[in-house]
Design a protein around this ligand. Sequence first.
Ligand code: SF4
Length: 258
Amino acid sequence: MSLSRNQVLGEMGLSPQWILRETRAVARGEKRAKSSILPAPMHKAEQFLAGVAEKMPASGAERSAPIAQLGWDGLRQRIAGCRDCALCGERKQAVAGVGDENADWLFVGEGPGAEEDARGEPFVGPAGKLLDAMLAAIDLTRGEDVYIANAVKCRPPSNRTPEAAEMAACAPYLKRQIALLQPRLIVLLGRAAVHALLGEDGSLASLRGKPLAYRDGERDIPVVVTYHPAYLLRTLPDKAKSWEDLCRARALMRSLKP
Ligand code: SF4
């Protein structure tokens, strides 16, 4: 990342009040074993994922089990050829995700937009530039200890919000990405990502700052909720709230014990 600190804060529209004093090593914390346990349960996530199987046709429910056995290469191939919901109809390509497959940090957005659909990478264009600035503000860099994915892997027409059935159909892919990645912390960008992963359909404002977690097998992975960069580009005052969320995420990462 070549942006200077002032450039980063400028990108987020928060200069000069965003002042980061801590070093990258402190911000990211010591590399710890991936078996960290967070005590807070997230029962709605289990309810939502159980609902996924109910909403999907029988053949769809049956597809979840083999997806859960795939490695990274097999998962990417499966996503690239997937035609399991209507979103496959207008996509140029499916966008699986990008980044460090051993990352401690997972950022999850909503779905690919036009530029992502064209380039095959999540968060490019203006929203991607802002996400990179958000990462840099907490001393993270795309591709280094960070993995970025979306709730749905194919572009919704006209960049509309994905429908619940589409998010349900795509959920096994995100769930498998999390199982393979074993992140220490998940940052959910926007309400659709929260709904897709946690089954929470409340307002983002009501969920920010709450202790949330995603249940992956026997492990609860802490979750921090914040605004989607595309929303922040339209709603400049909420950039300050997003900064609060990122600081909370950074503090939470530091607090995780092996
Ligand atoms: S959005 Fe997900 S479930 Fe739907 S076609 Fe694309 S990869 Fe398959």
